[in-house]
Design a protein. Sequence first.
Length: 231
Amino acid sequence: MQKSTTAEGTLAPALFDEYAAVWHSKISDVSNPEVTSYFANGDSGRLTYVYFSIQRVAELVSAVGVQHIKARFVLMPDASTGQYRFSLVLFAADKDDRQLTAYYLPDAGQAVPPTVGEPLPGGLAGRWQAAWAEAAPLTSAMFTTSYGVLKGYNFDLKDFLTPLFTNGQPYDKQQVRVWLGLHGYTTPDDQPTQTFGLMVRRFDPTQGAAGQLQAADDVFFDLSTPCPPVD
C-alpha cells in the first residue's frame, strides 16, 4: 500500500477508481467522526498543502490538446497504519473532457502555519488557509455542496501554466503547491457554512527564508469550478 501524504509517481486507473469511491463513500456519511483524521499529517499536525515538482507539472501541461488540469480527491490507506489518508490526484484533459495523462500523485504533503494576507483581494487566501487550520473538527458537510459530495476541482490550463514562469530562479528546484482552505459564506436559507477549496501557487524551496518572501509575491489561483456539477 502507498502513503497518501508522501506517495510519488502515478496512480493506476483501477486504484484511482477504488480510492475515489472510498472518498465518496466516507464523506457521504454526514455523521462520520473520522474526517479530521483523514487530513492528519503525522506529528506535524494537519495537512495544509501538497506539492508537485515543476517537472511533473511540465508533463501535465505538455499533453497535446490539454485545456484543463483536473484535481480529484481520494482516500488512500497509509502503508504503516492502514488508516485512510486524503490525497490529491491531478490529470490533464482536453476541451471535450477526455483524459490525456495518467493520474499524478503529489510529491508530498505538508503542515505549516498559514500565512495571512496573501495576494488575493482582501487577503482571501490567508483567510481561507487560517479557517482550514483552525477548524475543529472537520466534518463531511465541509466537503458537500448543494450539488453533492465534492469529488474535486477543475483548473484552467493557465492556473498551472503561469507558475512555470519562474523569474530566473533555478527551474528544476521549483514546486507548484496546492493549498487547502475553507470558504465561509451564508447559504440561501440563511445558514452559515464552510466549504473546502484549493489554491495553486509556485514556490522555490531553495531560497530558505528568502523563498518565503518570494512566495508572498507569487499569485494564488483559486478554483471556481467544483466537481460536481462540472465533471
